[in-house]
Unconditional design. Structure first.
Length: 281
């Protein structure tokens, strides 16, 4: 995404701030509270979107190897559902960081609702400058949050706070094949809306991680299992079009849905799940 695409400026910062809050609510309606890709077992899988997202959450969290006594950092934690689930199922102590104050308030409220406020803490923080001591976490998680960062900076920051032998688990969308100007014109408006800065292929992640002192132990391409999410989410969002237009106006609502459709209908968008280990020295 280094070339200057024609969609730059499609959404102003003011529009992003206004529409993202609304899109967040709609995505929670459409994708369930986890607000990430789902995991589908073939095109005929009858699972609901909520069931599929829970499956993916379970698969991603299982790679952390967290257990009672572990300390885990969730980077770009959003509304905190995976972080709370991790604390609930593993007994680990979890810290979630994000810059979205609304999401952090929702995350804290959810943890307290389940009686896990003692085990999960959420705070406003920059993932590229995590306010934690070196080697202070046993594991870290980046669940569909890497598109918001320069991955070289992100891996360096996370490697610093991981103890030697600690794990980093990353699940992220990426572009399969060449990142062409035509592709960016189709998916760029949605990336612009989310303030995304990268959609890097696996080899870029691996090089950045290696430079940061992280060793890859597992890489799985989830594209065929998550592609079913996109069309289902788009259909649900389109059903909410009247609600969206009532809040944002017809023109802006149409632009927002078109931006999402360009992303959802792009076969070049894939997903990978990677597990890294911090080198011992």
């Amino acid at each position: 995404m280094s070339a200057e695409p024609s969609w730059t400026g499609t959404f102003s910062h003011r529009e992003i701030e206004r529409t993202y809050a609304m899109l967040t609510v709609l995505e929670e309606d459409a994708a369930g509270p986890d607000r990430h890709f789902g995991l589908w077992h073939g095109a005929d899988d009858p699972a609901s979107v909520e069931e599929a997202t829970e499956r993916l959450t379970g698969r991603v969290l299982s790679r952390l190897g967290a257990r009672r006594g572990s300390r885990v950092l969730d980077v770009g934690c959003g509304n905190g559902r995976p972080a709370v689930r991790l604390a609930q199922t593993s007994g680990a102590s979890v810290v979630g960081i994000d810059i979205d104050e609304r999401a952090l308030r929702a995350a804290s409220a959810y943890a307290r609702q389940l009686g896990l406020g003692h085990a999960v803490r959420f705070q406003h923080a920059d993932a590229l400058r995590p306010p934690f001591e070196d080697a202070s976490f046993d594991a870290a998680l980046a669940f569909e949050s890497t598109p918001h960062f320069d991955v070289a900076e992100l891996y360096g920051a996370l490697a610093r706070v991981l103890r030697p032998g600690g794990r980093l688990v990353v699940e992220t969308p990426y572009v399969r094949g060449r990142t062409t100007r035509e592709l960016l014109d189709r998916i760029g408006p949605y990336l612009s809306l989310l303030n995304a800065v990268s959609l890097d292929p696996p080899h870029v992640h691996l090089a950045a991680a290696r430079q940061a002192g992280l060793h890859i132990t597992e890489l799985s391409d989830l594209t065929e299992s998550v592609r079913g999410s996109f069309g289902r989410l788009l259909a649900r969002l389109e059903k909410a079009g009247t609600r969206l237009a009532g809040t944002l106006g017809d023109e802006q609502a149409g632009r927002l849905l078109a931006a999402f459709a360009g992303w959802a209908e792009a076969p070049e968008v894939g997903a990978i799940l990677m597990t890294f280990t911090r080198t011992e020295h």
